[in-house]
Design a protein around this ligand. Structure first.
Ligand code: NDP
Ligand code: VHF
Length: 424
Protein backbone atom coordinates (compact mmCIF):
# COMPACT_ATOMS: atom_id res chain seq x y z
CA UNK A 1 0.00 0.00 0.00
CA UNK A 2 1.11 3.60 -0.50
CA UNK A 3 2.42 4.81 2.81
CA UNK A 4 1.20 8.03 4.33
CA UNK A 5 2.32 7.71 7.94
CA UNK A 6 5.92 6.45 7.72
CA UNK A 7 8.81 8.89 7.77
CA UNK A 8 10.15 10.23 4.50
CA UNK A 9 13.31 8.16 4.92
CA UNK A 10 11.32 4.96 5.57
CA UNK A 11 9.27 5.52 2.42
CA UNK A 12 12.42 6.16 0.39
CA UNK A 13 14.15 3.09 1.81
CA UNK A 14 11.15 0.93 0.92
CA UNK A 15 11.27 2.39 -2.58
CA UNK A 16 14.96 1.58 -2.84
CA UNK A 17 14.32 -1.99 -1.79
CA UNK A 18 11.56 -2.25 -4.40
CA UNK A 19 13.68 -0.64 -7.11
CA UNK A 20 16.24 -3.46 -6.93
CA UNK A 21 13.54 -6.01 -7.81
CA UNK A 22 11.82 -3.74 -10.33
CA UNK A 23 15.01 -3.33 -12.35
CA UNK A 24 14.90 -7.05 -13.11
CA UNK A 25 11.14 -7.35 -13.61
CA UNK A 26 10.03 -8.44 -17.06
CA UNK A 27 7.84 -6.32 -19.33
CA UNK A 28 4.82 -8.62 -19.12
CA UNK A 29 4.66 -8.34 -15.32
CA UNK A 30 4.98 -4.57 -15.44
CA UNK A 31 2.29 -4.29 -18.11
CA UNK A 32 0.00 -6.60 -16.12
CA UNK A 33 0.46 -4.30 -13.12
CA UNK A 34 -0.35 -1.24 -15.24
CA UNK A 35 -3.57 -2.82 -16.50
CA UNK A 36 -4.45 -3.80 -12.93
CA UNK A 37 -3.99 -0.17 -11.89
CA UNK A 38 -6.20 1.05 -14.74
CA UNK A 39 -8.91 -1.48 -13.84
CA UNK A 40 -8.76 -0.54 -10.16
CA UNK A 41 -9.04 3.18 -10.93
CA UNK A 42 -12.19 2.60 -12.93
CA UNK A 43 -13.68 0.16 -10.40
CA UNK A 44 -12.97 2.47 -7.44
CA UNK A 45 -14.01 5.72 -9.10
CA UNK A 46 -16.62 6.57 -6.41
CA UNK A 47 -13.93 6.39 -3.71
CA UNK A 48 -11.65 8.65 -5.75
CA UNK A 49 -14.40 11.17 -6.38
CA UNK A 50 -15.38 11.23 -2.70
CA UNK A 51 -11.77 12.09 -1.73
CA UNK A 52 -11.51 14.64 -4.50
CA UNK A 53 -14.76 16.21 -3.30
CA UNK A 54 -13.10 16.83 0.06
CA UNK A 55 -10.12 18.54 -1.63
CA UNK A 56 -12.49 20.62 -3.75
CA UNK A 57 -14.46 21.72 -0.68
CA UNK A 58 -11.24 22.74 1.08
CA UNK A 59 -10.03 24.48 -2.09
CA UNK A 60 -13.23 26.55 -2.29
CA UNK A 61 -12.96 27.43 1.42
CA UNK A 62 -9.33 28.45 0.90
CA UNK A 63 -10.26 30.69 -2.04
CA UNK A 64 -8.56 28.74 -4.87
CA UNK A 65 -9.46 30.46 -8.15
CA UNK A 66 -11.51 28.82 -10.89
CA UNK A 67 -8.48 27.70 -12.93
CA UNK A 68 -6.86 26.02 -9.93
CA UNK A 69 -10.11 24.35 -8.92
CA UNK A 70 -10.52 23.04 -12.46
CA UNK A 71 -6.98 21.66 -12.33
CA UNK A 72 -7.82 19.91 -9.04
CA UNK A 73 -11.20 18.57 -10.09
CA UNK A 74 -11.81 14.92 -10.93
CA UNK A 75 -14.99 13.48 -12.39
CA UNK A 76 -15.80 10.05 -13.78
CA UNK A 77 -14.65 11.05 -17.29
CA UNK A 78 -11.33 12.38 -16.01
CA UNK A 79 -10.71 9.23 -13.98
CA UNK A 80 -11.52 7.14 -17.07
CA UNK A 81 -9.05 9.28 -19.08
CA UNK A 82 -6.35 8.72 -16.45
CA UNK A 83 -6.96 4.97 -16.62
CA UNK A 84 -6.81 5.09 -20.43
CA UNK A 85 -3.46 6.87 -20.24
CA UNK A 86 -2.13 4.09 -18.00
CA UNK A 87 -3.14 1.55 -20.64
CA UNK A 88 -1.43 3.70 -23.30
CA UNK A 89 1.77 3.61 -21.24
CA UNK A 90 1.47 -0.18 -20.92
CA UNK A 91 1.30 -0.41 -24.72
CA UNK A 92 4.57 1.48 -25.21
CA UNK A 93 7.81 -0.42 -25.75
CA UNK A 94 9.73 -1.19 -22.57
CA UNK A 95 12.81 1.07 -22.51
CA UNK A 96 14.65 -1.21 -20.08
CA UNK A 97 17.18 -3.46 -21.76
CA UNK A 98 17.13 -1.52 -25.01
CA UNK A 99 20.60 -1.63 -26.58
CA UNK A 100 21.43 1.99 -27.39
CA UNK A 101 24.84 1.34 -28.86
CA UNK A 102 27.19 -1.55 -29.25
CA UNK A 103 30.43 -2.66 -30.82
CA UNK A 104 32.95 -5.48 -30.93
CA UNK A 105 36.40 -4.22 -29.95
CA UNK A 106 39.49 -5.35 -31.91
CA UNK A 107 40.38 -7.60 -28.94
CA UNK A 108 37.05 -9.39 -29.29
CA UNK A 109 35.31 -7.81 -26.28
CA UNK A 110 31.63 -7.20 -26.92
CA UNK A 111 30.55 -3.79 -25.52
CA UNK A 112 26.83 -3.00 -25.29
CA UNK A 113 25.33 0.22 -23.95
CA UNK A 114 22.04 -0.86 -22.39
CA UNK A 115 19.19 1.27 -21.03
CA UNK A 116 18.49 0.69 -17.31
CA UNK A 117 16.17 2.27 -14.73
CA UNK A 118 17.44 5.12 -12.58
CA UNK A 119 16.27 3.42 -9.37
CA UNK A 120 14.21 5.64 -7.05
CA UNK A 121 12.56 8.73 -8.56
CA UNK A 122 10.92 11.34 -6.31
CA UNK A 123 8.40 13.70 -7.88
CA UNK A 124 7.09 16.90 -6.27
CA UNK A 125 4.13 18.33 -8.13
CA UNK A 126 1.26 20.76 -8.28
CA UNK A 127 -2.39 20.23 -7.30
CA UNK A 128 -3.20 18.11 -10.35
CA UNK A 129 -4.23 14.61 -9.17
CA UNK A 130 -3.71 12.95 -12.57
CA UNK A 131 0.05 13.50 -12.15
CA UNK A 132 -0.02 10.99 -9.27
CA UNK A 133 -0.99 8.23 -11.67
CA UNK A 134 0.84 9.47 -14.80
CA UNK A 135 4.11 9.69 -12.87
CA UNK A 136 3.60 6.35 -11.09
CA UNK A 137 2.77 4.59 -14.36
CA UNK A 138 5.78 6.04 -16.20
CA UNK A 139 8.12 5.07 -13.37
CA UNK A 140 6.69 1.58 -13.07
CA UNK A 141 6.99 0.94 -16.81
CA UNK A 142 10.58 2.20 -16.82
CA UNK A 143 11.44 -0.09 -13.89
CA UNK A 144 11.77 2.68 -11.29
CA UNK A 145 10.22 2.94 -7.86
CA UNK A 146 8.54 6.28 -7.23
CA UNK A 147 8.09 8.49 -4.19
CA UNK A 148 5.30 11.00 -4.75
CA UNK A 149 4.86 14.35 -3.01
CA UNK A 150 1.82 16.16 -4.41
CA UNK A 151 0.37 19.48 -3.32
CA UNK A 152 -1.25 19.60 0.09
CA UNK A 153 -4.33 20.99 -1.73
CA UNK A 154 -4.77 17.57 -3.37
CA UNK A 155 -3.84 15.46 -0.34
CA UNK A 156 -7.06 13.43 -0.11
CA UNK A 157 -7.20 12.72 -3.84
CA UNK A 158 -3.53 11.76 -3.98
CA UNK A 159 -3.76 9.47 -0.95
CA UNK A 160 -6.61 7.48 -2.51
CA UNK A 161 -5.08 7.43 -6.01
CA UNK A 162 -1.63 6.39 -4.83
CA UNK A 163 -3.16 3.82 -2.46
CA UNK A 164 -5.19 2.25 -5.26
CA UNK A 165 -2.20 2.16 -7.60
CA UNK A 166 0.16 0.75 -4.98
CA UNK A 167 -2.29 -1.96 -3.95
CA UNK A 168 -3.03 -2.98 -7.55
CA UNK A 169 0.68 -3.08 -8.39
CA UNK A 170 1.44 -5.23 -5.37
CA UNK A 171 -1.42 -7.62 -6.10
CA UNK A 172 -0.08 -7.94 -9.64
CA UNK A 173 3.25 -9.16 -8.29
CA UNK A 174 5.35 -6.02 -7.91
CA UNK A 175 7.20 -5.39 -4.65
CA UNK A 176 5.75 -3.32 -1.80
CA UNK A 177 7.32 0.13 -1.93
CA UNK A 178 7.06 0.44 -5.72
CA UNK A 179 4.71 3.41 -5.33
CA UNK A 180 5.17 5.50 -2.19
CA UNK A 181 3.47 8.70 -1.13
CA UNK A 182 4.83 11.33 1.21
CA UNK A 183 1.88 13.23 2.55
CA UNK A 184 2.14 13.57 6.26
CA UNK A 185 3.64 16.98 6.80
CA UNK A 186 4.26 20.37 5.26
CA UNK A 187 6.76 21.85 2.88
CA UNK A 188 9.72 20.70 4.98
CA UNK A 189 9.15 17.29 3.35
CA UNK A 190 10.70 18.74 0.23
CA UNK A 191 14.08 19.21 1.91
CA UNK A 192 13.83 15.76 3.48
CA UNK A 193 13.18 14.17 0.10
CA UNK A 194 15.88 16.18 -1.63
CA UNK A 195 18.55 15.08 0.83
CA UNK A 196 18.04 11.30 0.68
CA UNK A 197 21.53 10.88 -0.70
CA UNK A 198 22.29 7.32 -1.71
CA UNK A 199 18.61 6.39 -1.56
CA UNK A 200 16.77 8.71 -3.99
CA UNK A 201 18.44 8.68 -7.42
CA UNK A 202 16.57 11.65 -8.89
CA UNK A 203 14.11 14.28 -7.70
CA UNK A 204 11.86 16.03 -10.21
CA UNK A 205 10.23 19.21 -8.91
CA UNK A 206 7.27 20.06 -11.16
CA UNK A 207 6.07 23.54 -10.33
CA UNK A 208 6.93 27.21 -10.32
CA UNK A 209 10.09 29.16 -9.66
CA UNK A 210 9.38 29.23 -5.88
CA UNK A 211 9.64 25.45 -5.74
CA UNK A 212 12.78 25.55 -7.89
CA UNK A 213 14.42 28.12 -5.63
CA UNK A 214 13.41 26.22 -2.49
CA UNK A 215 15.19 23.15 -3.82
CA UNK A 216 18.27 24.87 -5.16
CA UNK A 217 19.76 25.61 -1.79
CA UNK A 218 19.16 22.22 -0.22
CA UNK A 219 19.15 19.38 -2.74
CA UNK A 220 21.94 16.85 -2.39
CA UNK A 221 20.37 14.33 -4.77
CA UNK A 222 20.34 14.90 -8.56
CA UNK A 223 17.52 17.19 -9.70
CA UNK A 224 15.69 17.71 -12.99
CA UNK A 225 13.67 20.91 -12.83
CA UNK A 226 10.31 20.88 -14.58
CA UNK A 227 9.80 24.54 -13.92
CA UNK A 228 8.01 27.61 -15.21
CA UNK A 229 7.32 28.39 -18.84
CA UNK A 230 7.78 32.00 -19.92
CA UNK A 231 7.06 31.11 -23.54
CA UNK A 232 7.09 33.39 -26.62
CA UNK A 233 5.57 33.46 -30.08
CA UNK A 234 7.63 35.46 -32.59
CA UNK A 235 5.91 36.50 -35.82
CA UNK A 236 8.58 37.02 -38.48
CA UNK A 237 8.49 39.50 -41.40
CA UNK A 238 7.49 36.78 -43.87
CA UNK A 239 4.70 35.22 -41.80
CA UNK A 240 1.24 34.59 -43.15
CA UNK A 241 -1.09 36.81 -41.09
CA UNK A 242 -3.93 34.28 -40.66
CA UNK A 243 -1.49 31.54 -39.60
CA UNK A 244 0.18 33.88 -37.14
CA UNK A 245 -3.13 34.89 -35.57
CA UNK A 246 -4.26 31.28 -35.25
CA UNK A 247 -1.01 30.17 -33.61
CA UNK A 248 -0.78 33.02 -31.12
CA UNK A 249 -4.45 32.62 -30.20
CA UNK A 250 -3.97 28.91 -29.56
CA UNK A 251 -0.73 29.40 -27.64
CA UNK A 252 -2.31 32.02 -25.39
CA UNK A 253 -5.91 30.96 -24.92
CA UNK A 254 -6.31 27.20 -25.40
CA UNK A 255 -5.30 26.59 -21.76
CA UNK A 256 -3.82 29.76 -20.31
CA UNK A 257 -2.85 28.32 -16.91
CA UNK A 258 -0.29 25.78 -18.12
CA UNK A 259 3.48 25.95 -18.46
CA UNK A 260 3.51 25.77 -22.28
CA UNK A 261 1.07 28.65 -22.84
CA UNK A 262 2.56 31.77 -24.48
CA UNK A 263 3.17 34.80 -22.28
CA UNK A 264 4.73 37.18 -24.84
CA UNK A 265 4.06 37.95 -28.51
CA UNK A 266 6.91 39.52 -30.48
CA UNK A 267 6.24 40.85 -33.98
CA UNK A 268 8.80 41.81 -36.64
CA UNK A 269 8.46 45.52 -37.52
CA UNK A 270 7.93 44.71 -41.22
CA UNK A 271 4.96 42.45 -40.43
CA UNK A 272 3.59 44.51 -37.56
CA UNK A 273 1.26 46.85 -39.54
CA UNK A 274 -0.64 43.84 -40.92
CA UNK A 275 -0.25 41.38 -38.05
CA UNK A 276 -0.87 43.53 -35.00
CA UNK A 277 -4.41 44.83 -35.73
CA UNK A 278 -5.54 41.31 -36.66
CA UNK A 279 -3.80 39.54 -33.77
CA UNK A 280 -4.68 42.08 -31.10
CA UNK A 281 -8.31 42.17 -32.25
CA UNK A 282 -8.61 38.38 -32.07
CA UNK A 283 -6.90 38.26 -28.67
CA UNK A 284 -9.09 41.05 -27.30
CA UNK A 285 -12.20 39.23 -28.53
CA UNK A 286 -10.96 36.12 -26.71
CA UNK A 287 -10.78 38.13 -23.48
CA UNK A 288 -7.00 38.56 -23.34
CA UNK A 289 -5.58 41.53 -21.44
CA UNK A 290 -2.84 43.06 -23.63
CA UNK A 291 0.24 44.76 -22.17
CA UNK A 292 2.03 46.42 -25.08
CA UNK A 293 5.13 48.44 -25.87
CA UNK A 294 4.94 51.89 -27.49
CA UNK A 295 5.47 50.64 -31.07
CA UNK A 296 2.66 48.12 -30.72
CA UNK A 297 0.31 50.79 -29.39
CA UNK A 298 1.15 53.07 -32.32
CA UNK A 299 0.26 50.37 -34.85
CA UNK A 300 -2.78 48.92 -33.12
CA UNK A 301 -5.28 51.40 -34.54
CA UNK A 302 -7.63 53.71 -32.65
CA UNK A 303 -10.28 51.08 -32.11
CA UNK A 304 -7.92 48.77 -30.21
CA UNK A 305 -5.60 51.29 -28.57
CA UNK A 306 -8.09 52.33 -25.89
CA UNK A 307 -8.17 48.86 -24.36
CA UNK A 308 -4.41 48.33 -24.27
CA UNK A 309 -2.24 48.56 -21.15
CA UNK A 310 1.37 49.74 -21.22
CA UNK A 311 3.89 46.94 -20.69
CA UNK A 312 6.35 47.47 -17.86
CA UNK A 313 9.83 45.95 -17.86
CA UNK A 314 8.67 43.23 -15.43
CA UNK A 315 5.99 42.03 -17.87
CA UNK A 316 8.62 40.53 -20.19
CA UNK A 317 9.72 38.30 -17.30
CA UNK A 318 6.26 37.34 -16.05
CA UNK A 319 4.60 33.96 -16.47
CA UNK A 320 1.01 35.23 -16.28
CA UNK A 321 -0.67 31.79 -16.35
CA UNK A 322 -3.82 33.73 -17.21
CA UNK A 323 -5.49 35.54 -20.10
CA UNK A 324 -2.78 38.21 -20.16
CA UNK A 325 -0.15 38.69 -22.88
CA UNK A 326 2.81 41.05 -23.25
CA UNK A 327 3.27 42.30 -26.83
CA UNK A 328 6.28 43.99 -28.41
CA UNK A 329 7.77 44.90 -31.80
CA UNK A 330 11.33 43.92 -32.77
CA UNK A 331 13.43 44.87 -35.80
CA UNK A 332 14.99 41.52 -36.68
CA UNK A 333 15.05 37.79 -36.05
CA UNK A 334 18.25 38.31 -34.09
CA UNK A 335 16.56 40.84 -31.83
CA UNK A 336 13.71 38.37 -31.25
CA UNK A 337 16.20 35.61 -30.40
CA UNK A 338 18.04 37.90 -27.99
CA UNK A 339 14.76 38.87 -26.29
CA UNK A 340 13.71 35.23 -25.93
CA UNK A 341 17.08 34.18 -24.53
CA UNK A 342 17.06 37.07 -22.08
CA UNK A 343 13.53 36.69 -20.76
CA UNK A 344 12.52 33.08 -21.52
CA UNK A 345 12.76 30.21 -19.06
CA UNK A 346 14.09 27.62 -21.51
CA UNK A 347 10.71 25.90 -21.99
CA UNK A 348 8.93 26.37 -25.36
CA UNK A 349 9.45 29.04 -28.03
CA UNK A 350 7.78 29.52 -31.42
CA UNK A 351 8.50 31.35 -34.67
CA UNK A 352 5.87 31.91 -37.37
CA UNK A 353 7.61 32.41 -40.69
CA UNK A 354 7.72 31.55 -44.38
CA UNK A 355 11.45 32.18 -44.55
CA UNK A 356 13.64 29.08 -44.16
CA UNK A 357 16.65 31.16 -43.15
CA UNK A 358 14.72 32.88 -40.37
CA UNK A 359 13.38 29.54 -39.15
CA UNK A 360 16.88 28.08 -39.13
CA UNK A 361 18.31 31.09 -37.27
CA UNK A 362 15.57 30.79 -34.62
CA UNK A 363 16.09 27.01 -34.27
CA UNK A 364 19.82 27.45 -33.79
CA UNK A 365 19.78 30.63 -31.74
CA UNK A 366 17.02 30.04 -29.21
CA UNK A 367 18.12 28.23 -26.06
CA UNK A 368 15.01 26.28 -25.03
CA UNK A 369 13.84 22.70 -24.60
CA UNK A 370 11.34 22.92 -27.48
CA UNK A 371 11.56 25.25 -30.48
CA UNK A 372 8.54 25.39 -32.78
CA UNK A 373 8.46 26.51 -36.39
CA UNK A 374 4.91 27.39 -37.49
CA UNK A 375 3.28 25.57 -34.60
CA UNK A 376 1.88 26.46 -31.19
CA UNK A 377 3.93 26.16 -28.00
CA UNK A 378 1.02 24.19 -26.52
CA UNK A 379 2.36 20.97 -28.04
CA UNK A 380 5.08 20.56 -25.41
CA UNK A 381 3.54 17.56 -23.73
CA UNK A 382 4.57 13.92 -23.39
CA UNK A 383 1.17 12.73 -24.62
CA UNK A 384 1.29 15.02 -27.68
CA UNK A 385 4.85 13.90 -28.44
CA UNK A 386 3.76 10.24 -28.48
CA UNK A 387 5.52 9.44 -25.20
CA UNK A 388 2.35 8.19 -23.47
CA UNK A 389 2.46 10.86 -20.76
CA UNK A 390 5.03 12.99 -19.00
CA UNK A 391 6.37 13.51 -15.52
CA UNK A 392 6.86 17.13 -16.48
CA UNK A 393 8.80 19.23 -18.96
CA UNK A 394 12.41 19.68 -18.10
CA UNK A 395 13.62 23.26 -18.41
CA UNK A 396 17.24 22.28 -17.90
CA UNK A 397 19.69 20.65 -20.25
CA UNK A 398 21.03 17.62 -18.36
CA UNK A 399 20.04 14.85 -18.45
CA UNK A 400 16.61 15.43 -19.92
CA UNK A 401 15.11 18.33 -21.83
CA UNK A 402 11.39 18.89 -22.60
CA UNK A 403 8.87 16.12 -21.85
CA UNK A 404 10.19 13.57 -19.35
CA UNK A 405 8.97 10.17 -20.49
CA UNK A 406 10.14 6.58 -20.27
CA UNK A 407 13.58 7.00 -21.79
CA UNK A 408 14.31 10.10 -19.72
CA UNK A 409 13.59 8.02 -16.60
CA UNK A 410 16.44 5.71 -17.51
CA UNK A 411 20.22 5.80 -17.31
CA UNK A 412 22.37 3.26 -19.10
CA UNK A 413 25.09 0.82 -18.28
CA UNK A 414 27.79 -0.82 -20.35
CA UNK A 415 27.57 -4.59 -20.46
CA UNK A 416 30.93 -5.93 -21.55
CA UNK A 417 31.18 -9.62 -22.50
CA UNK A 418 34.50 -11.37 -23.03
CA UNK A 419 35.84 -14.83 -23.39
CA UNK A 420 38.29 -14.93 -20.51
CA UNK A 421 39.75 -11.55 -21.56
CA UNK A 422 42.39 -9.94 -19.31
CA UNK A 423 44.07 -6.59 -19.90
CA UNK A 424 47.79 -6.83 -20.70
N1 NDP B 1 7.67 22.42 -16.66
C1 NDP B 1 6.64 21.67 -16.31
O1 NDP B 1 6.54 20.51 -16.65
C2 NDP B 1 5.53 22.24 -15.49
C3 NDP B 1 5.66 23.47 -14.90
N2 NDP B 1 4.64 23.97 -14.16
C4 NDP B 1 4.83 25.28 -13.58
O2 NDP B 1 4.30 25.27 -12.25
C5 NDP B 1 3.77 26.53 -11.92
C6 NDP B 1 2.35 26.39 -11.49
O3 NDP B 1 2.23 25.48 -10.48
P1 NDP B 1 1.87 25.93 -8.98
O4 NDP B 1 0.50 25.56 -8.68
O5 NDP B 1 2.29 27.33 -8.81
O6 NDP B 1 2.81 24.95 -8.22
P2 NDP B 1 3.81 25.27 -7.05
O7 NDP B 1 5.14 25.46 -7.59
O8 NDP B 1 3.24 26.30 -6.15
O9 NDP B 1 3.69 23.89 -6.23
C7 NDP B 1 4.15 22.67 -6.78
C8 NDP B 1 4.53 21.75 -5.62
O10 NDP B 1 5.66 22.27 -4.94
C9 NDP B 1 5.37 22.50 -3.56
N3 NDP B 1 6.05 23.76 -3.23
C10 NDP B 1 5.86 24.95 -3.81
N4 NDP B 1 6.68 25.88 -3.29
C11 NDP B 1 7.39 25.25 -2.33
C12 NDP B 1 8.39 25.67 -1.40
N5 NDP B 1 8.81 26.95 -1.35
N6 NDP B 1 8.90 24.75 -0.55
C13 NDP B 1 8.48 23.48 -0.58
N7 NDP B 1 7.52 23.03 -1.42
C14 NDP B 1 7.00 23.89 -2.30
C15 NDP B 1 3.86 22.56 -3.48
O11 NDP B 1 3.42 22.17 -2.22
P3 NDP B 1 2.07 22.76 -1.56
O12 NDP B 1 1.10 22.97 -2.69
O13 NDP B 1 1.65 21.71 -0.63
O14 NDP B 1 2.46 24.02 -0.89
C16 NDP B 1 3.47 21.56 -4.56
O15 NDP B 1 3.55 20.25 -4.06
C17 NDP B 1 3.91 27.36 -13.17
O16 NDP B 1 5.08 28.12 -13.08
C18 NDP B 1 4.02 26.32 -14.27
O17 NDP B 1 4.67 26.78 -15.43
C19 NDP B 1 3.49 23.26 -13.94
C20 NDP B 1 3.33 22.03 -14.50
C21 NDP B 1 4.31 21.43 -15.34
N1 VHF C 1 2.02 19.43 -20.58
C1 VHF C 1 0.68 19.70 -20.10
C2 VHF C 1 0.60 20.89 -19.18
C3 VHF C 1 1.30 20.64 -17.89
C4 VHF C 1 1.04 21.78 -16.93
O1 VHF C 1 1.51 22.92 -17.11
O2 VHF C 1 0.24 21.53 -15.93
P1 VHF C 1 -0.43 22.57 -14.90
O3 VHF C 1 0.45 23.74 -14.67
O4 VHF C 1 -0.63 21.75 -13.72
O5 VHF C 1 -1.75 22.99 -15.48
C5 VHF C 1 -0.21 20.01 -21.27
O6 VHF C 1 0.26 20.47 -22.30
O7 VHF C 1 -1.42 19.87 -21.11
Amino acid sequence: MATTTSSVTDICLAAQEASRQLAATDSATKDRALHAIADALVARTPEILEANGRDMDAGRENGLDAALLDRLLLDADRVAAIAAQVRDIAALPDPVGEVIDGKRLPNGLDVKKVRVPLGVVAVVYEARPNVTIDAAALCLKSGNAIVLRGSSSAAHSNAVLAGIAAQAAEEAGLPAGTIGLVAGGGREELAELATQTGIVDLIIPRGGEGLKNALKGVATVPVIYAASGNCHVFVDASADVATAVEIVLNAKTQRPGVCNAAETLLVHADAAPAVLPAALGALRDAGVELRVDGRTRALAGADLAAGLLDAGEEDWDTEFLALTLAVGVVDSVDEAIAHVNRHGSGHSEAIVTNDAAAARAFELGVDAACVYVNASTRFTDGGEFGMGAEIGNSTQKLHARGPIGLRELCAFKYVVTGDGHVRG
